[in-house]
Design a protein around this ligand. Structure first.
Ligand code: SAM
Length: 262
């Protein structure tokens, strides 16, 4: 990579520079020849270049124009990449995959967009085969959190409705240049072969989960008082004095079905 690229803080740029860590991440990604491999934020190629050695073409989504120009230059020189110059939060992944040919998504994600990105990606879950990402450790704990754990929140429930989430290993700040202030983790997300619950109205269910978590310290009875009576909560065998953070996805679904639009 050209040495004159200016690091841009606003794009969450922390570039991996530890060969051992890069090797472990590439192993965790374990690229397959017949899959379309899509990287979010290739940056200066810390992951892209070793992945290209597997002989698999890569699709790159990058917001930094200088980096896009550099990758386009690489393409001109025969490097097997296609570069999409855009904000991944606006990217339509249907351009790259389909239900018949689902994509594999990877990336060392910019910290400032990871949560909105997961909500965006859920829209494409039927065309994503699997994902392997680096995120802030705190976010990884949330995504993988189980009922009763402190980190369990509406994002954990919503994501786990679609994917199984595995936290693989942690990465310390000194593996990056410049080093971030926090620890990071590598996570793997795989779509469920059979979803844990069948929900017709997903938008409605999402709103309902948000309502359950509206005030974390409050009971279900309190958070849901405008939409579901304590009797209706009890009718599915759930104590209305419990908090949302203790409910399994199946319990959220049972409660939701008590609503008229559920
Ligand atoms: N993959 C490289 C590495 O591991 O060294 C770079 C990782 S760096 C943490 C995040 C990358 O995502 C940067 O290249 C940054 O420019 C890019 N990026 C930030 N926000 C983005 C967005 N909204 N859409 C696409 N790319 C973005």
């Amino acid at each position: 990579m050209s040495n004159n690229h200016v690091t841009r803080k606003r794009f969450g740029q922390h570039f991996l520079n530890d060969e051992g860590v890069i090797h472990n991440i590439v192993n965790a990604i374990s690229p397959q020849k017949n899959q379309t491999l899509v990287e979010i934020g290739p940056g200066r190629g810390a992951l892209t270049l070793p992945l290209l050695e597997y002989g698999i073409p890569m699709r790159l989504i990058e917001i930094d124009r200088d980096l896009v120009a550099w990758w386009n230059d690489q393409k001109q020189q025969g490097v097997n990449v296609d570069v999409y110059d855009c904000d991944v939060l606006r990217f339509d992944f249907n351009e790259l995959g389909s239900v018949q040919e689902p994509i594999k998504l990877i990336g060392n994600l910019p910290y400032n967009i990871s949560t909105p990105l997961f909500f965006h990606l859920i829209n494409f879950h039927s065309i994503i085969a699997d994902m392997c990402f680096m995120v802030q450790k705190e976010v990884a704990l949330r995504l993988a959190a189980q009922p009763g754990e402190k980190a369990y929140n509406q994002l954990s429930v919503w994501l786990q409705l679609h994917y199984s989430v595995e936290r693989l290993f942690d990465v310390p700040p000194d593996a990056f240049d410049p080093p971030p202030k926090v620890n990071s983790s590598i996570i793997r997300l795989q779509p469920h072969a059979t979803p844990p619950v069948l929900i017709q109205n997903k938008i409605g269910f999402h709103k309902f989960i948000k309502a359950c978590f509206a005030q974390k310290r409050k009971t279900l009875r309190n958070n849901l008082k405008k939409i579901l009576s304590a009797e209706k909560i009890l009718a599915v065998g759930i104590d209305p004095t419990r908090r949302a953070e203790t409910l399994t996805i199946k319990e959220f679904a049972a409660l939701y079905l008590q609503l008229s639009d559920g």
